[in-house]
Design a protein around this ligand. Structure first.
Ligand code: ADP
Ligand code: GLC
Length: 499
């Protein structure tokens, strides 16, 4: 199939979180399956530097852009997959985070930036650049590409569109005036279109306008249809439930492989698990903790935001450290959480190591060195760290929500005896339940090393590589294209698709 994959980040070109991991690895998997899938991203300086064989291929005059927009084409690092970069220096030639300024506040022109990005994608998708390539399907991801489906729907003979929700909490909401500033087609301003309680919502635009919607785990696909997780979009998602599928994310099994990982102290696999130990002592040394092989080492890595439940970890520290255990934490984000974590580290110099910042290499070393990985996320559309941890023999302790519920098997009497357990999970996102799950892990670790290693090995043998989920995407791409060709979506859902 010919597919255009649109995203605002893709590892290793640019990354702030899991969206980049998925956008770097799912297209690669589909490409390896023989599809002509091409990536399109904004031309951030980091992405320009890392894309291989980059050349300008077209100039575009786009509505809203003061200067012509250049399209650059190149190759994804280490692959033959094509990458397009939308080069509009006024909007994208900024180093650092693609969405926020150094002080953490949004770039004030985010609506303009991602509207321009969407318009460039539409031109590419309709082959308006004279490149003689027209995708059959355009795969959009999160609010930054949310305007693409309804803008494309204005054209006949257009490709099919699929919109993936990676995180419903980030909606791309802007004041109503922005709708006019962006000079979007007037017909889009409706309750069936981009208008959301008097504001302009890029996320709603993608959900309402796409031919098919996916999200990144089956459980999250159900959760977002409830008021607890729906952020006001649950009604629309219920309405579109027949065209909404949850597909569990996969992981890049080349990048995340303890047998070949060049960043860790000693490579290992399920048969050479004893070599995990040098990784633990190297990590303890690197982060200034006493090297105590017998102590259970917990870890957490993530954006320091409310979603990830880091405050719950902070709440349990005093009780957790009554046990002979250690915790390492790598993260950056909310400055208040950063300060609280750093203060806690001074209280427990022998047990707690905090590394504030973003460090890809250290993330690999933590997964290899730790015994248990904490993910008390309040909600988690999919989560990738629990999958990476499982592969690295690091037992996840997770809140049973979203993709965490779909990828971690709680240890209980049954799963312990039939060897299907892969971690510890808890039902409510409370500090009591988190502590209870941690103490269950500590007890299990201390009671029988043989049983512990069985748990570890079961997790390592789980297969979250992309092959299975990429196949599901491909089936859905084909199904969506067929529906669009047959005109079934347009006639069946005129209310929401009359954009
Ligand atoms: P989310 O996308 O919500 O942040 P995921 O679990 O899907 O959560 O993906 C997070 C990705 O970002 C993982 O690859 C994780 O290792 C990485 N990551 C997050 N914070 C950091 C950090 N401070 N340093 C290095 N990697 C990080
Ligand atoms: C989002 C979600 C995370 C998911 C990632 C990739 O950032 O918060 O749960 O794994 O997207 O889909």
């Amino acid at each position: 199939m010919d597919i255009l994959f649109c995203t605002s980040e893709a590892y290793p070109l640019i990354k702030t979180g899991g969206l980049a991991d998925v956008s770097g690895s799912l297209p690669k998997a589909l490409h390896d399956m023989g599809n002509d899938i091409r990536l399109v991203l904004p031309a951030y300086p980091e992405a320009v530097a890392k894309t291989e064989r980059l050349v300008p291929v077209a100039n575009l005059s786009l509505e809203g852009a003061s200067a012509p927009v250049e399209i650059l084409a190149g190759r994804f690092p280490g692959s033959r997959m094509k990458v397009y970069l939308v080069n509009a220096p006024e909007y994208f030639s900024r180093s650092g985070n693609p969405y926020v300024q150094e002080d953490g506040s949004d770039w004030p022109d985010n609506a303009e930036r991602f509207a321009l990005f969407a318009r460039a994608i539409v031109a590419l998708a309709l082959d308006r650049l004279g490149m003689n390539w027209k995708p059959e399907l355009v795969h959009c991801n999160d609010w930054q590409t949310g305007l693409v489906p309804p803008l494309l729907a204005q054209h006949s003979n257009r490709p099919a569109t699929l919109f993936t929700i990676h995180n419903l909490a980030y909606q791309g909401l802007f004041p109503a005036e922005t709708f006019h500033t962006l000079a979007l087609p007037a017909s889009l301003w409706s309750i069936d279109g981009v208008e959301f309680h008097g504001q302009l919502s890029f996320m709603k635009s993608g959900i309402a306008g796409a031919d098919w919607i996916t999200t990144v785990s089956p459980t999250y696909a159900e959760e977002i249809r409830t008021s607890t997780y729906g952020y006001g979009l649950e009604g629309l998602l219920q309405y579109r439930a027949d065209h909404l599928t949850g597909i569990l994310n996969g992981m890049d099994c080349e990048i995340w492989d303890p047998a070949t990982d060049p960043w860790i102290k000693r490579n290992y696999d399920a048969r050479t698990l004893q070599h995990k130990a040098p990784n633990k002592s190297a990590l303890q040394r690197q982060l200034g903790l006493p090297a105590k092989p017998g102590q259970l080492l917990f870890a957490h890595i993530g954006r320091l935001v409310e979603q990830k439940g880091v405050d719950l970890i902070l709440d349990i520290l005093d009780e957790l450290f009554l046990y002979p255990v250690q915790l390492v934490l790598l993260g950056s984000g909310d400055s208040e959480l950063e300060a609280l974590l750093s203060a806690a580290a001074t209280r427990y110099p022998e047990q707690l190591a905090i590394h504030i910042g973003y460090d890809e290499q250290l993330a690999h070393r933590i997964k290899a060195g730790a015994d248990c990985f904490l993910m008390p996320s309040r909600y988690e559309p999919c989560g990738l760290n629990q999958m990476y941890s499982l592969r690295y023999g690091t037992v996840p302790v997770v809140h049973r929500t979203g993709g965490l519920a779909d990828s971690v098997n709680d240890l209980n009497e049954k799963t312990a005896t039939d060897y299907t357990a892969t971690g510890f999970s808890f039902a409510q996102d409370s500090s009591e339940e988190l502590l209870d799950a941690c103490t269950r892990a500590i007890d299990y670790f201390r009671t029988s090393r043989v049983d512990w290693w069985k748990l570890v090995i079961t997790g390592m043998r789980e297969n979250f590589c992309w092959s299975e989920s990429a196949g599901q995407y491909l089936d859905l791409y084909i199904h969506t294209c067929n529906l669009v060709r047959a005109g079934m979506l347009e006639t069946g859902e005129s209310e929401y698709l009359a954009l």
